[in-house]
Write a protein that binds this ligand. Structure first.
Ligand SMILES: Nc1ncnc2c1ncn2[C@@H]1O[C@H](COP(=O)(O)OP(=O)(O)OP(=O)(O)O)[C@@H](O)[C@H]1O
Length: 247
């Protein structure tokens, strides 16, 4: 079963074509990392999959259901149904500053899903335990470290039991000592069989966790293979140079 199927995707911002004829398939339960130089279109691709950006041309299917066909989007209702199955975690956490860690997970469940506070708290407590942060439940984002904030953001993204999570550089805003704890949580999601697409600059992590690694440059997928193919045997000079520089 394919979680994501993309055909001939083109994304333009005005006259600037930032994604050029992208075709990509991600199988359910697989971990795919996207690497590549700054400005190559990695975040934009992720945002198009999450339906946070509209594409200019091409097709996207999510779990076998079309989101957009030949550049034409399905109804708003269908779009919402499809995006219910996935969630995106951002580099900058995007927590609500005026809510505690617990309430950051509770409030969206009440607002978006119409759950009672009691039900939402029950879910939030379990999720905070899962990311080892129950003891910080009453802390506000300004009192949390970057690593703690990102783990709250991940816990929040799990509240609706998505089948897939899209991570946009989840550790780039973190001090090195915080990176490990976040990567540990992501490793746990892999063990649970979730589909993960991860834009990352953490090459060692990408190599260890991924089923596939994609190298993007200039809005195109230049290389797509197993971690071993990418990191040890790539014949593409741009990919090889990039990997050599960053490892
Ligand atoms: N909202 C926008 N409006 C106009 N141009 C944009 C917008 N978002 C991204 N771009 C442009 O699209 C191109 C790809 O950007 P994107 O952020 O997807 O690259 P990236 O590979 O994720 O880079 P980085 O590793 O630095 O985050 C860049 O040239 C960027 O300036």
């Amino acid at each position: 079963m394919l979680a994501i199927k993309i055909n001939n995707l083109i994304k333009k911002f005005d006259d600037n074509t930032v994604l050029k004829d992208i075709s990509l398939e991600v199988e359910n339960g697989k971990i795919v990392s996207i690497i590549g130089p700054s400005g190559s279109g990695k975040s934009t691709l992720l945002r198009c999959i999450a339906n946070l950006e509209k594409i200019t041309a091409g097709d996207i299917e999510i779990y076998g259901h079309p989101l957009v066909i030949k550049g034409k989007y399905v109804s708003h209702k269908k779009q919402r149904e499809l995006t219910n199955d996935m969630n995106m975690v951002f580099q900058s956490f995007n927590l609500f500053p005026h809510y505690s860690a617990l309430d950051n997970i509770v409030r969206p469940q009440m607002l978006v899903e119409g759950k009672t506070r009691e039900n939402a708290v029950e879910v939030a407590v379990k999720l905070l335990e899962r990311v080892n942060l129950y003891h910080r439940k009453d802390a506000y984002p300004s009192q949390l470290s970057g690593g703690e904030s990102q783990r709250v953001a991940i816990a929040r993204s799990l509240a609706r039991s998505p089948k897939m999570i899209l991570f946009d550089e989840p550790t780039s805003a973190l001090d090195p000592e915080m990176v490990t704890e976040v990567l540990e949580v992501i490793r746990g999601l892999k063990d649970e069989g979730m589909t993960l697409v991860i834009v990352t600059h953490e090459m060692n992590f990408a190599r260890e966790i991924s089923d596939r690694v994609i190298f993007m440059a200039d809005g195109k997928i230049v290389e797509d293979g197993t971690p071993q193919e990418l990191f040890e045997n790539t014949k593409n000079k741009r990919a090889a140079d990039f990997i050599k520089k960053i490892l």
